[in-house]
Design a protein around this ligand. Structure first.
Ligand code: GDP
Length: 299
């Protein structure tokens, strides 16, 4: 928690300071409510989640439940945590099956931190005693496979890569085959993120998934989103959600933005839980997403 707080320092207080200041001031006029709404929208909560939060706050106030600044803080905290649907399963299913390894596809557009996230996730799994094979199915950028190979060497995970321009699905298939042959626990596949056309992406990602599933089921399809790009990220997310069924989101670069509110929108608009957050470029900068700790950091 303290680490999350520290890393989210730019987000810290973004919502808390002004909203709590207003709430703690006693009777609220419509101007103050508008100010609260503006703050929430500016923190990237989006209009849907903002409307719900404001409505719930009004209810709590009307019910006489908010008398002190402390009451205001705990009411806001409770309401924000509620918005994050804590009942959603946020675990990353990476346990092997009877007939082979768990398979995790990592998807997202270039530059969001896909390869880095794949490397960090491998590190977490290896530290947890799992054996991991990496598949460098982003064959359109030679640098991506090199980068993943460096991660593999660093964390102790094998890698399967193809020639530049090779069919991503073939590389994914080879990675899973190798994983099965080596008896590893998890295969992590880094995919290409060219959002050139939706059909192109659909064909490519769909094929990767279908081909892998000839061998073993795909357990997770994690969409990596860059928290600093706000609304654009959400638009991208919707395209991905249309072409492949996502099991979770990894929100990267949360260390570099005051707009942590995007978490609310992802959940609200995609119905997919944020499972992991990226808090820096280093190997240890990947953390499970915990709604309570996250909201505490925002307040
Ligand atoms: P890809 O094209 O999606 O595979 O993106 P990369 O993994 O190559 O990452 C792009 C850049 O973002 C690199 O410079 C990473 O070090 C950086 N990056 C990735 N995750 C994070 C994060 O959580 N925080 C910060 N600050 N930088 C990150």
């Amino acid at each position: 928690l303290s680490r999350l707080r520290g890393r989210l320092s730019r987000s810290q207080g973004a919502i808390g300071a002004s909203v709590l200041g207003l709430l703690g001031a006693g009777d609220l006029d419509e101007d103050s409510w508008e100010e609260i709404e503006d703050t929430l929208v500016m923190s990237d909560l989006g209009t849907g989640a903002t409307a719900t939060v404001v409505e719930r706050l009004r209810e709590e106030l009307a019910a006489g439940k908010v008398r002190t600044a402390d009451d205001a803080r705990s009411a806001l905290r409770k309401i924000l945590v509620e918005q994050l649907h804590p009942e959603l399963d946020r675990s990353v299913r990476a346990l092997p099956h009877a007939d082979g390894p768990a398979v995790v596809l990592v998807v997202g557009v270039n530059g969001v931190g896909k390869t880095t996230t794949t490397g960090k996730l491998a590190r977490v799994l290896v530290a947890d005693g799992r054996r991991v094979t990496l598949g460098a199915a982003d064959t359109f950028r030679a640098a991506a496979a090199d980068q993943l190979q460096t991660w593999g060497e660093r964390v102790g995970a094998g890698i399967v890569r193809g020639k530049e321009g090779a069919d991503p699905a073939a590389v994914a298939f080879d990675a899973v085959s190798r994983g099965i042959a080596d008896g590893v626990d998890v295969v992590l596949i880094d995919t290409a993120g060219r959002l050139h056309t939706k059909t192109g992406l659909m064909d490519e990602l769909g094929k990767v998934k279908r081909v892998v599933e000839k061998k073993v089921p795909v357990d997770e399809v994690l969409l990596v989103l860059d928290a600093t790009v706000g609304q654009n990220g959400l638009t991208q997310a919707k395209v991905f959600a249309e072409v492949v069924s996502l099991t979770g989101v990894v929100l990267t670069k949360l260390d570099g933005t005051a707009k942590g509110g995007i978490v609310f929108r992802i959940q609200d608009e995609l119905g997919v839980p944020v499972k992991l957050v990226g808090l820096g470029e280093g190997a240890d900068d990947l953390a499970p997403f915990e709604p309570e700790a996250f909201v505490d950091a925002l307040l």
